[in-house]
Design a binder for this molecule. Structure first.
Ligand SMILES: Nc1ncnc2c1ncn2[C@@H]1O[C@H](COP(=O)(O)OP(=O)(O)O)[C@@H](O)[C@H]1O
Ligand SMILES: [Mg+2]
Length: 237
């Protein structure tokens, strides 16, 4: 089943067109990755999906309904949750308080214990530090917290914008392993990455974005084997 569908979406910042006529789908249960160079429009696409940035034309459908003009907070209620680029955690709040904030859109937020426990199972490091201020966490820990906070909304679609950015190698492996685990538990994932090697090997399907346009799509495996992808994004050839 198609969970998310972008049709001919364009996004502008003033007169700058950051995304041009982008069409993509994400099916329920998939990990789909969007790869592309710096400035290609990946984060802008994510912002359009989460509703932080309006589209200038085109449409976005989620779970069979048009959400093109739906407010960002109401998209969270529908089941779209984003761990934004640059992490965006609350530095002056503890880990537990940050996790609580992730559940703000839920109607059943009285009992958050099961989700908090679930996040702590995925990220034991956060459990050890649950009363520590977000701003004092290492980069890798902040990234874990950002993903954990997004999961607190119990999303159907999790949007991850460069989760591996700036992380030490052992954290990169761990984050990608956890993304696969979250997906296996039933959450659909749209993953934006510059680490194309890892992203393509984890994803069911992928899209390549170049200066605001999709230039290639296929399974993760197909794109990993594609010569032009190897040359441009995998540092071989
Ligand atoms: N807030 C903004 N104001 C103006 N231009 C922006 C803004 N954010 C991004 N852009 C421009 O939009 C294009 C796409 O950016 P972005 O979506 O952040 O790319 P990516 O995430 O792939 O690196 C770039 O040319 C960038 O300079
Ligand atoms: Mg970006």
């Amino acid at each position: 089943m198609t969970l998310l569908e972008l049709s001919d979406v364009s996004v502008h910042y003033g007169r700058i067109q950051a995304v041009s006529g982008l069409t993509l789908t994400v099916n329920e249960g998939e990990i789909v990755t969007l790869i592309g160079a710096n400035g290609a429009g990946k984060s802008t696409t994510m912002r359009a999906i989460s509703g932080i940035r309006p589209v200038s034309s085109g449409s976005i459908r989620f779970d069979g309904e048009d959400i093109t003009k739906l407010r960002a907070d109401l998209r969270v209620v529908r089941g779209i949750s984003q761990a934004p680029e640059g992490r965006g955690i609350f530095p002056g709040m503890t880990i537990l308080e940050n996790l609580d904030m992730g559940a703000y859109a839920r109607k059943d937020r009285k009992n958050l214990e099961p989700e908090i426990e679930h996040v702590f199972e995925l990220f034991p490091r956060l459990k050890e530090r649950k009363s520590q201020m977000g701003g004092t966490l290492s980069g890798g820990e902040q990234q874990m917290l950002a993903i954990g906070r997004a999961l607190m909304a119990k999303p159907r679609l999790l949007l991850l914008d460069e989760p591996s950015m700036g992380l030490a190698p052992q954290f990169i492996q761990q984050i990608f392993r956890i993304i696969t685990e979250i997906n296996k538990e039933g959450t659909t994932v749209l993953l934006v990455e510059q680490n194309a090697q890892q992203a393509l090997s984890r994803a069911h399907r992928a899209y390549v974005l170049e200066t605001g346009e999709i230039t290639k799509t296929g399974t993760g495996r197909e794109l990993l084997a594609d010569d032009s992808i190897k040359e441009a994004y995998l540092g071989v050839g």
